[in-house]
Design a protein around this ligand. Structure first.
Ligand code: SF4
Ligand code: SF4
Length: 70
């Protein structure tokens, strides 16, 4: 099982990661960045994340880190 961590302080709210995720696990949150744009959050209540890292690879601001769980 895999997980990701999004550093909201680095997120520019471009939403490229959302479009990339094959499982649609990244959503727009209610939190805003310093430009007032709504940043993204990881929502995976059913443990569907594939650990494919497509989201992390796509993020131009290196805001996404993968965390592997056993
Ligand atoms: S690692 Fe893959 S499945 Fe998991 S959130 Fe990122 S794009 Fe989606
Ligand atoms: S790709 Fe990176 S900067 Fe863009 S919305 Fe996703 S986490 Fe934020």
């Amino acid at each position: 099982m895999s997980n990701i961590v999004i550093d909201k302080s680095k997120c520019k709210a471009c939403y490229l990661c959302m479009k990339e995720c094959p499982k649609n696990l990244i959503k727009i949150s209610d939190d805003t960045n310093n430009l007032g744009n709504r940043v993204v959050e990881f929502q995976d209540p059913n443990g569907e994340c594939l650990g494919c890292a497509m989201c992390a690879t796509r993020c131009p601001d290196l805001a996404i880190t993968e965390v592997y769980r056993g």
